[in-house]
Ligand binder design. Structure first.
Ligand SMILES: Nc1ncnc2c1ncn2[C@@H]1O[C@H](COP(=O)(O)OP(=O)(O)OP(=O)(O)O)[C@@H](O)[C@H]1O
Length: 593
């Protein structure tokens, strides 16, 4: 674990601060559980001592009878039976209230924690996500966050209540027979010692279980995310094996956890049996000698039988607390991560930039090993159309990543409207970009909502206008539910061209001053491409546009061409006529794009 248990617990309490009143309520309800469980064996004791034996009825029941009368056996049995029902009623109503309140508060706790983590994860840099992948984040959001509920409601309160129940039981035993109480007091530390021993090992194993489960999940996630490729390559068997291998590791760790826990229960059970035997031995002698009633022996025996309950709960709670702390630690580790693309101390607000862009001696690498971009310098004015060409791996997308501040430059500076982009408020800055990617990203909602993603709260009129500009209106009208048609997960119920038109409509409605077009037509056939290019021409008007492409024909309409190779800007020129472009085309063919 990254943090100490104490630090994590302190932070859990901080996180739960808004729900303090409710949590205190749950805590108090748990405390009442102790006296309620002490009541359980009382009716049997009364029956034995005052029904079968000759003892006086205890005052809390005796008051129901006139002082001079000697209640008959039948009446005592009836009173005891009513007492049983009363205790059961109190017990069940208590459980009912605890359940309702705990569920309510527990779900709120998890929701708050989960939302906080989700918010942080989606704000972490692209570099983080490239490195860690999505499955681990999913596991943390889905499973690790739940631990805050298990800790605060399931385990912590139950732990305290069990300790109190245990102390109360030993206290009552002390009042009845100190020798028997002594035996109980001897068993408790032995069981506690065993618990501690197993907890240390369980803690270690739980961490492994979580890492392995998360790894197994990542296979499922990857496969479901690229099912078409898996099927096309007939790799189902191989993926199954990959899943089974990773899930197998998780199973091994689980089995190890079970082995440690089972070993503990075996030893604890034997210690407990030895205690019971001693109890019975000394108890029987005490009853025989008349120093204790048979009812009292039944009562302490019942407490002893119950003692394992709170003890067992304490040890289980301790194990679960360890597991919860590991999970919560994993959540806090992410919550504390730097967002890597930091916000300036006094960020400049930016409503709408003009769109002039300058790269000045920009260098960048993803890791330590090699420079991806080296000393890139160029300048473009508001409204310029910039075509970025170069062989695969030349660094074209990286250049755009830097422009959009998905990563920060290693050296040099990127300026927009004459200011270092690191000075701007990040959210404002990113808002300056419209994006059309090679693989358009759609969400599993309606067509209208997918377009409105570019402008939350857009009216239907605005959505339709954007769709028309993107040459998408016609096909949308032909869909079964028009603009309300659901597009399926990641838009899979639409064709590639249709998806691309929706992403252009989204860029239209956003109306951003800078436009990024990352190979927007390379996945389309020629006819669809020409229709989409027409919409894109319209989209580029009046905006500074950057178009990444492999196809030189696509950049014909650009007035500035940047040619990147191996991370260097080998050429940057104004496109004033066909000739130069033809020459470039030849040159590119020679280096086999
Ligand atoms: N997240 C990343 N982590 C590490 N290296 C990366 C990462 N993204 C890209 N690279 C490396 O950086 C280099 C440039 O990649 P980039 O995607 O910018 O090239 P590109 O010109 O856009 O290529 P393509 O035309 O094939 O899309 C490549 O060698 C690539 O392997």
């Amino acid at each position: 674990m990254k943090y100490s248990s104490f630090t994590i617990i302190k932070r859990i309490f901080n996180q739960a601060r808004p729900l303090w009143p409710q949590l205190t309520g749950i805590f108090l309800l748990n405390l009442i559980a102790a006296p309620i469980s002490l009541l359980q064996p009382l009716p049997l004791k009364i029956l034995i001592d005052s029904g079968f034996g000759k003892e006086q009825l205890p005052a809390y029941i005796g008051f129901a009878f006139p002082p001079s009368t000697d209640p008959v056996f039948g009446t005592i049995v009836l009173v005891v039976a009513i007492f049983v029902i009363l205790i059961a009623f109190i017990n069940n109503i208590h459980a009912y209230i605890v359940w309702l309140v705990s569920t309510n508060v527990g779900e709120k706790l998890v929701l708050d924690f989960r939302s906080k983590l989700f918010n942080q994860i989606q704000r972490l840099s692209i570099a983080y996500h490239d490195r860690e992948g999505t499955s681990d984040a999913l596991y943390r959001i889905q499973y690790d966050t739940v631990a805050i509920r298990s800790f605060l409601i399931g385990n912590f309160a139950s732990f305290v209540s069990s300790v109190i129940t245990l102390l109360a039981m030993v206290g009552v035993m002390l009042l009845i027979n100190w020798k028997l109480a002594l035996i109980a007091l001897c068993i408790i530390p032995i069981l506690m010692f065993l618990t501690r021993l197993s907890t240390v090992r369980l803690n270690r194993e739980w961490s492994k279980v979580k890492v392995n489960e998360s790894k197994a999940m990542s296979v499922v996630h990857e496969v479901l995310g690229s099912l078409r490729v898996v099927k096309a390559f007939g790799q189902e068997e191989m993926e199954l094996e990959r899943f089974a291998a990773r899930a197998g590791d998780a199973v091994k760790s689980q089995v190890k956890v079970a082995r440690v826990a089972a070993g503990f229960y075996f030893l604890a059970g034997m210690v407990f049996a030895a205690g019971t035997a001693l109890f019975l031995y000394f108890g029987a002698i005490a009853v025989q000698s008349g120093s204790m009633t048979l009812g009292d022996l039944t009562l302490v025996m019942a407490y002893l039988a119950q003692i394992f309950g709170p003890l067992d709960r304490i040890s289980k709670n301790l194990n679960d607390i360890q597991s919860s702390l590991v999970s919560v630690d994993r959540v806090f580790t992410i919550l504390d991560k730097e967002r890597e693309v930091p916000e300036a101390a006094n960020p400049l607000p930016l409503a709408r930039c003009n769109g002039s862009v300058q790269f000045d001696q920009v260098s960048f690498s993803y890791g330590e090993d090699r420079k991806i971009l080296q000393n890139i310098s160029f300048e473009v004015n508001t409204g310029d159309r910039v075509g970025i060409i170069g062989t695969t791996g030349a660094g074209k997308s990286t250049l755009i990543n830097l422009l959009m501040r998905f990563y920060d430059v290693e050296s040099g500076t990127v300026y927009v409207d004459g200011k270092d982009i690191r000075q701007y408020k990040l959210a404002d800055y990113r808002n300056q970009f419209g994006l059309v990617l090679q693989e358009p990203v759609l969400f599993s909602t309606s067509i209208a909502e997918n377009i409105a993603y570019g402008k939350p709260g857009a009216t239907r009129k605005e959505i339709i206008a954007a769709a028309k500009m993107a040459n998408a209106h016609e096909f949308i009208e032909n869909c079964s539910n028009g603009y309300d048609t659901l597009v399926g997960e990641r838009g899979m119920q639409l064709s590639g061209g249709e998806r691309q038109r929706l992403s252009i409509a989204r860029a239209f409605i956003k109306d951003a001053p800078i436009l990024i077009l990352d190979e927007p037509t390379s996945a389309l056939d020629v006819k669809t491409e020409s229709q989409i290019m027409e919409a894109m021409e319209r989209l580029m008007q009046g905006r500074t546009s950057f178009m990444i492409t492999h196809r030189i024909d696509t950049v014909k309409s650009c007035n500035i061409i940047l040619h990147l190779e191996k991370g260097r800007l080998v050429d940057a020129f104004r496109n004033e006529g066909g000739d130069l472009l033809e020459k470039k085309k030849k040159q590119l063919l020679e280096i086999k794009i």
